[in-house]
Write a protein that binds this ligand. Sequence first.
Ligand code: HDD
Length: 702
Amino acid sequence: MAAVTQKVNAAVGDAKERQMGEFTVEQNDKTPLTSYFGTKIAETDIALRAGARGPTALEDFHNREKISHFDHERIPERAVHARGAGAFGEFKLHTPLTGLTTSKILNDTSRVTPAYVRFSTVNGSRGSADTVRDPRGMAVRLYTEEGNWDIVGNNIPVFFIQDAIKFVDLVHAVKPEPHREIPQAQTAHDNAWDFMSLHPQSTHMQMWILSDRAVPRSYRMMQGFGVHTFRLVNEEGKSTFVKYHWQPHLGTHSLVWDEALKLNGQDPDFHRRDLWDAIEAKAYPKWDLGVQLVKEEDEHKLIPEELVPVQYIGTLTLNRNPVDYFAEVEQVAFCTQHIVPGMDFTNGPLLQGRNFSYFDTQISRLGINFGDIPVNRPVCPFMTNHRDGQGYMTSKKNRAPYHPNRFDALPTVPPEHGGFASYREKVEGIKERMHGPKFSEFVNQATLFYNSMTDVEKEHMVAAAQFELSKCEEAQVHQAAIERYNLIDHSFAVKVAEVLPHVKVPDEVRPNHGKKSAFLSQVDGQGQKFTAAGRKVGVYVLPGYDYTLAAGIKTAFEAGGIMAKIVSAVTGPVAGSNGSTLPAEFTFENSRSTYFDSVIFIGGPGDEYATKLKVGRLIHAVREAYAHFKTVGATGNAVQWITDICLPGDFSPSVKTSESIVQENGCVFAPNPGVGVQFGEAYIENLAKHRYWARDVSHIAA
Ligand code: HDD
């Protein structure tokens, strides 16, 4: 076989990895450059021309092929969710849903099902920044032995609209305004808030996008939700309603807004890089799959977590980065209609519309044969009677692609042998443009969400709404948005309106019902997890740093699943006080504190930093991390430097001479390097808390 078509890894990994290997080619030492039709190429830098300064010859097939292929490299980006990151992994069931569904993936605990997940923002273009205020997509594909099952969900369990026909209006409103195509990837503009304040169905979702959920710390630290109610169907054809939840092992955590804004410029790939780095570091992200089950008879009841507890039934692990982003992330084609026997849809008008839209959009993105693209192929045997079309990739030997035929037509499979059968549902009604009665109350849930937040989370929501509305230019939009907030909670509307003096906040028109849910807060919500594992720490080694301590901390952190990144004046090996070196991945100049969950400054002996280390970039790193409520650590003479120069007046004077560890307000100091081990332990405990909200500016007033 010619080297250029050499296959990679076709024999290793799970069924999906082996299948992808069949379609993966790689370059080796002997691989020559060829044309698409295999001719070896002798010259690729200079086009064929008549004389060194003469016209270019049309005859140069290599030049034409090269430019032409480039001219057609782009395909339409996704209409929404264009910006994304993907990874492969596996799903393992631990608790079977016996008797509720015939789906093997939900019954057979011995199976390990290959999985693929694509995370995304919604609003921005393919090259837009990761840390914008936006819902995040979490589209999960499970390559089951009965076909692909896609759960195309978000990190927010509710949605802006209840009928798919409104999706077009929603997206046209939230995308950059059409006359000047500003702003990219965000809703801080007139059209977005015009639509949201006039369309009552978006009331609940507005509160979620104003909350910290819309600026996640990491794709690894987000919940995922199937959003709709689906059906499970058992052998007797009886159905149970089900909602799907993905619960991250690392907890649900967010960035703060200032950090998110800075990262948009400092590292627009922040979330993509985070996912990639974690998988490369073998800190594999994991989610538990939870289900809420409701009997068919209870169809009309709401499904709050308090009444219908989430039961966890399996674990999803992402453990393999893509080989080729375009092939595997751009070309993956999720469809809500991809389900397997033992499950079915419900009549929700949002879901029904999605079942049309996803298939339809893949045709314009990828062509009608998108199912043949490797990342989209099921791992079970598959054969259709579809024929021809652009990008038709396989030669099918069935001579009569129709049914029935005179040969062995592809047999259909009865449900008792695994063929898909739709749930037998009795349907009656008058054909009309109407919504059911459940679709008429829009405010109670929004109020409940706001009530369930802690004070600091409420402050973030007020600040978010102030930011969004103050970027809108039209007074009419401000007024309408505030009136909608006023329905949710009067005090919220009043606070937001503080930056909009021309707006008249109506009197309280609707008393707050005072109800809360215990599951919604990210600060103290039930089920929330706080762990240091999976975090990235910037270990800043200062001139003459204590090597033993720094190396010990790095080893201890990595053993705890924490990614410790050495930051120094230069990259590469950096010598400490005893001459030994640690490898610096970042420099003081090419990184920012925002790259890390937390920063530690490793000093050395002596007290010269206090007077000499007046480096603005470093002082800023300490202050910025502190202002973003992060754990800040220091050892040796770096303690004196931080307390005298970077954060003077914030700590008791005895801190810099203490013989033991000092922990104050999320800062961990060890002026005496002899207590390095205890320092590491105390640091990890502090890091696990995520942020120190007591440093929030509002507490000065309190
Ligand atoms: Fe959608 C993509 C999630 C409503 C039409 N959607 C898309 C993706 C996610 C969601 C995660 C990205 C998939 C990927 O990574 O490739 N969408 C949702 C959720 C919704 C929702 C959770 C509400 C519960 N979407 C929705 C409606 C419609 C669409 C009501 C149309 C009527 N969505 C699309 C789309 C996209 C899409 C235009 C763009 C690219 C694609 O499908 O493959 O068809």
